[in-house]
Design a protein around this ligand. Sequence first.
Ligand SMILES: [Fe+2]
Ligand SMILES: [Fe+2]
Length: 252
Amino acid sequence: MKSSNTRRDFLRTAAVVGTTLALSGCSGGNIANSEGQKKNEPSSKPDVNKMGGEVTATEDLMREHGVLRRALLIYSAAAVKLRADPSTIPPDALQQTTKLFRGFGEEYHEKKLEEAYIFPAVKKAGGEAAIYSDILVVQHNRGREITDFIIRATQGAKLGASNSEPLAKALEAFVLMYRNHAAREDTIIFPAWKETMTGNQLDELNDKFEDIEHEQFGDDGFEDAVKQISAIENSLGLADIAQFTAPPPPKP
Ligand SMILES: [Fe+2]
Ligand SMILES: [Fe+2]
């Protein structure tokens, strides 16, 4: 993510400034005339007021949930349409959603971050959050089974009446599970995980997660995932958020 470059630039600049301070004997006048920063040049201090700021590891995890929640909204809409008229759901749009959930959700967010870093740390720390770790892994694994099923069920050119009910049920069960799952992670697991680290350790993990994301997706994993989910919403007529504004309540 581009925003993390801001953080890295910040750290790099801070290191350079720190070295300069040490070499100059911490004298303000000397610093201004030291190598690399001539008098009257703009200060090389990190611009902490730069727009956007850094993305922390917990913010990263929660906005990844945002992408996955948008996939769940597509699943919910698809389940309703499958029951009404299966031919109105293009299987490839549903399959693209499922493949995005697999790549971005299961293989990256769950496997590389939650199962590798977050759950072990939370479990080790004990307390309320630790109790959740095992069931959350069970749910990841069940989710993967259902994802396999959805990929198989959406391979044909059309969805027919014969497989629409089992598919609708699987989608609904997946949605209910992950709405509960992600809400607990956001409110119990991630805050508990943050509590296991100092600010410096969290900073290191921010960078580590950034590296994992780049390894997995190249430069813009999150941004690409948002673009993909937006395109699928568009193809299914779900992009315009105004259609979801609730009607007014009944008058007294
Ligand atoms: Fe999870
Ligand atoms: Fe999660």
